[in-house]
Ligand binder design. Structure first.
Ligand SMILES: [Zn+2]
Ligand SMILES: [Zn+2]
Ligand SMILES: [Zn+2]
Length: 100
């Protein structure tokens, strides 16, 4: 069992809020990878991106579990463990625009 996350309740079936990082799309910024909040569907960018919007979303909302788009692995910010979401990955809206 890969790590232990106690936030199963925070993993919901969500609809991605956008096809790229919401905030970066607004400001015309770039990202490296996308992270989907499995509590509310917010799409943000990863910590390798200049703006780290997914982490900012966690700090702003406390939503602990995010899903990477490629591959669909999960990460819990609170427990700091990887989660296997391959059997419950979120359907993507379509081709993800890549900027980097
Ligand atoms: Zn957790
Ligand atoms: Zn961003
Ligand atoms: Zn959220």
């Amino acid at each position: 069992m890969p790590g232990t996350c106690i936030h199963e309740d925070a993993i919901r079936d969500v609809t991605p809020s956008a096809r790229g990082c919401e905030e970066c799309l607004k400001t015309g910024s770039v990202w490296v990878h996308l992270r989907l909040c499995r509590t509310c569907g917010h799409v943000g960018c990863c910590d390798s991106s200049p703006n780290r919007h997914a982490t900012k979303h966690f700090h702003a909302t406390g939503h602990p579990v995010i899903e990477g788009y490629d591959p669909p692995e999960g990460w819990c910010y609170v427990d700091e463990v990887w989660l296997d979401l391959s059997d419950r990955a979120t359907p993507q809206l379509g081709p993800i625009p890549r900027y980097v």
